[in-house]
Design a protein around this ligand. Structure first.
Ligand SMILES: Nc1ncnc2c1ncn2[C@@H]1O[C@H](COP(=O)(O)OP(=O)(O)O)[C@@H](O)[C@H]1O
Ligand SMILES: N[C@@H](CCC(=O)OP(=O)(O)O)C(=O)O
Length: 392
């Protein structure tokens, strides 16, 4: 059992199994990085960095979503002058603090870390969403730790994501993570904010984010935090609909953080109703009508029916309709029967030029390449009747 200080109560939470994962997003809040109420300190970040490094050594991948830029900026400026309280001041503080925040993480890792700043617009615009996804995938492949934060400096009020809990959930879906880990300054979700209600009790498992559960979560009551437990549960809801569980735990407690590496959670687990891949496939199959259609030859149709195959240019016989890169398209066989749906990495006009050609010719034909596959197998779902042989 890990001894845990909730702020005003000292409790011990039993260990429960952390879902198995290969790729996770870890969100670290400002309260952990600016734990002493001033500038950034490695006090709690050290154990979290050791957990990330140990996970990487085991072949797992971690994307870090880190807050703390505003706190770092505020501490730096306090030495010279005080900043106002408006949006522009917050944006200026974030600009000041982003580099020191990333530098803090870099000081704790032997491997390089990379800064990734995202805005709401980046995540709504399909082209930029796909670019962000490709960059993050590439960074992970290179063995680099991406440190993601909201680009506060260019985010305007009404378009701000506002809190990094929700950003972390969106990033987790973006990189197809298996698990969302949220490190905060509280041991778990409690029946009420434990800072306000000493009688509040921890909730170790959440199956549904019902209105009653959501009502337990309050805002941020202390220090540098932004969204409190409310935004953490919102994030868990987003993760859940992408098929991912969320673990909430106290990042101030080194024993709790070390236990994660052993697959033990001392905190709250918000479960996901179905597996991530199933959720993704479900979304692919049930998302709004597709914009176009790709007809494949008999060889490609057989490969897709066998499962886990990507759609390559060589198997494409015809392209119907107009669609853009990243759009959802139907895949039909020679007889026009719909056999799969997926996200095309190329626009219809590009697929027409690639039709029947080898993947290695993509660069020559287009002058660039978004990858060897027209539809990557992770972005492809076979229709139920063609899934009979392999339900994965
Ligand atoms: N029901 C609840 N259970 C646990 N914590 C809660 C609850 N309601 C509100 N909180 C508050 O949420 C805070 C954590 O969120 P926040 O301050 O935004 O920190 P972070 O910087 O880690 O995002 C806790 O310190 C706690 O005061
Ligand atoms: N982007 C802001 C963090 C906003 C935020 O969500 O903070 P927190 O609630 O501490 O995770 C920053 O870097 O200061």
């Amino acid at each position: 059992m890990a001894a845990i200080d909730t702020g005003n109560a000292h409790t011990e939470l039993p260990a429960q199994a952390l879902p198995t994962w290969r790729r996770a997003v870890l969100k670290v809040g400002s309260n952990l990085l600016a734990a002493d109420g001033g500038g950034l300190t490695p006090r709690h970040a050290e154990a979290l960095a050791a957990f990330i490094a140990a996970s990487q050594t085991e072949g797992r991948e971690v994307v870090l979503v880190s807050s703390g830029a505003v706190a770092a900026g505020r501490a730096l400026l306090r030495r010279h002058a005080s900043a106002g309280g408006g949006l522009a001041a917050r944006q200026a503080l974030a600009a000041l603090g982003q580099a020191p925040m990333v530098a803090l993480w870099q000081s704790l890792f032997a491997r390089p870390v990379a800064q990734v700043l995202l805005t709401h617009d980046d995540l709504r615009n399909r082209r930029r969403y796909l670019n962000a996804r490709a960059t993050l995938r590439e960074l992970l492949q290179l063995g680099v730790l991406p440190v993601v934060n909201e680009n506060d400096t260019v985010s305007v009020d009404e378009l701000k994501l506002g809190d990094n809990d929700n950003l972390a959930a969106i990033v987790a879906a973006l990189v197809d993570a298996d698990l969302l880990l949220i490190a905060s300054d509280v041991a778990a979700l409690y029946s009420a904010d434990p800072r306000r209600d000493p009688a509040a009790t921890p909730i170790l498992q959440v199956e549904t984010l019902s209105p009653a559960v959501m009502a337990m979560a309050g805002g941020s009551t202390g220090g540098m935090g932004t969204g409190g437990m409310r935004t953490k549960l919102e994030a868990a809801g987003k993760a859940r609909s992408a098929g991912m569980a969320t673990a909430l735990f106290d990042g101030r407690d080194a024993a709790t953080v070390q236990a994660l590496a052993r697959g033990e959670l001392h905190g709250t687990l918000v479960r996901a109703p179905r597996a991530r891949m199933q959720a993704r496939k479900y979304w692919l199959l049930h998302a709004p009508a597709s914009n176009g259609c790709i007809q494949v030859d008999a060889g490609a149709a057989a490969a897709l029916a066998r499962g886990r195959a990507s759609l390559l240019p060589g198997g494409i016989a015809a392209v119907m309709g107009e669609f853009q890169r990243g759009d959802l398209v139907d895949v039909v066989d020679g007889g026009g029967r719909r056999i799969a749906r997926g996200l095309s990495q190329y626009a219809a006009a590009e697929v027409r030029r690639l039709r029947g050609r080898h993947s290695r010719d993509i660069e020559v034909l287009l002058g660039y390449s978004h990858g060897a596959e027209v539809i990557h197998r992770d972005d492809l779902a076979r229709l139920p009747d063609s899934c009979m042989t392999d339900p994965a």
